[in-house]
Write a protein that binds this ligand. Sequence first.
Ligand SMILES: NC(=O)C1=CN([C@@H]2O[C@H](COP(=O)(O)OP(=O)(O)OC[C@H]3O[C@@H](n4cnc5c(N)ncnc54)[C@H](O)[C@@H]3O)[C@@H](O)[C@H]2O)C=CC1
Ligand SMILES: O=C(O)C(=O)CO
Length: 386
Amino acid sequence: MAKPVSIEVWNPHGKYRVVSTKPMPGTRWINLLIEQDCRVEICTQKKTILSVEDIIALIGDKCDGVIGQLTEDWGETLFSALSRAGGKAFSNMAVGYNNVDVNAANKYGVAVGNTPGVLTETTAELAASLSVSAARRIVEADEFMRAGLYDGWLPNLFVGNLLKGQTVGVIGAGRIGSAYARMMVEGFKMNLIYYDLYQATRLEKFVTAYAEFLKANGEQPVTWKRAASMDEVLREADVISLHPILDKTTYHLVNKERLAIMKKEAVLVNCSRGPVIDEVALVEHLKQNPMFRVGLDVFEDEPYMKPGLADLKNAIVVPHIASASKWTREGMATLAALNVLGKIKGYPIWSDSNRVEPFLNENVPPPAASPSIVNAKALGLPVSRL
Ligand SMILES: NC(=O)C1=CN([C@@H]2O[C@H](COP(=O)(O)OP(=O)(O)OC[C@H]3O[C@@H](n4cnc5c(N)ncnc54)[C@H](O)[C@@H]3O)[C@@H](O)[C@H]2O)C=CC1
Ligand SMILES: O=C(O)C(=O)CO
């Protein structure tokens, strides 16, 4: 028997029962669901990561849709439980959905939503912050200051790397990778090298136009290159930021061999998913190469770090906060709620999940569509004409 889970209920007489496995920022997402006759149940259990059993208890006997989190294991067991309860909609409150077995969802006819776009700039800004912080040793210097060790300016105190004129490498130049690249190229006048399975045409055009602008102003123009292999990026770049999805092709993309081909004073940033880096190999590499620095937002066995990582001064570690700006987190909650609501109401799927702004304007009602359903095609769901 599953244990009861504590919940907060909104609009108890609503026709459709929607469960959120966590309290989420803002109230717009709750109001949008209530306005469309949903009873909203929010899990208030004081436990960060819910187990599959906890979520089964939350789903109960009747549930139309669930908004879940990237820490949860959405596989066969949960999708069959949701389907038994009459549910046909699930949305992650995240753009990444490597915690979701989409084939299992397809089997039970459950639509799987995610939240692209609204977190692109926020996440890229954190990757840029980690890049600068690692290059300029900001966290180390802050600790030094607070420890009362500063006794005067010195020529050699916390000397780091200048970014201007160096090369930034991006692996996975999708929405976030491209936004990060633009920030580093324009903000710091860095040259770009990127690797992706697809050509990042808009990004290339941006760097070309910026190079023209610099040239016209008598400055050294920036350059770009699409690398033929990931190794080319690792060999040539001074700062490398990882932004691919996590799947079989990107698991341990950065391993012992690949760390060995990187520059000894390179900066490596990961705001994608922890398992993209072999973290044990990384700890060893950081120990052997004190001038090699990393900024990590994600970890291989979250919430844990591999032994030794926390002791290394050349590593900056933050707890998976890349999308944590107020506007973004409220927007993610809204998109996740609208994904679920849209499926419950039989709305079509929004035609372009990269263009989610119409759902985020608080002054007008959102379009009658699910903003982003990753298995829409597999389920044969209709697409909005808007
Ligand atoms: N740390 C955090 O809080 C956050 C992490 N993320 C992570 O970032 C990922 C990317 O998000 P978006 O940019 O919105 O997705 P996206 O789908 O726009 O970009 C992913 C890019 O990775 C590329 N890619 C896929 N396999 C590859 C491979 N084997 N080698 C090189 N490139 C490959 C794709 O072609 C695509 O361009 C998410 O899937 C998520 O895991 C996203 C938001 C916040
Ligand atoms: O959206 C995601 O994929 C995250 O990791 C958290 O924003």
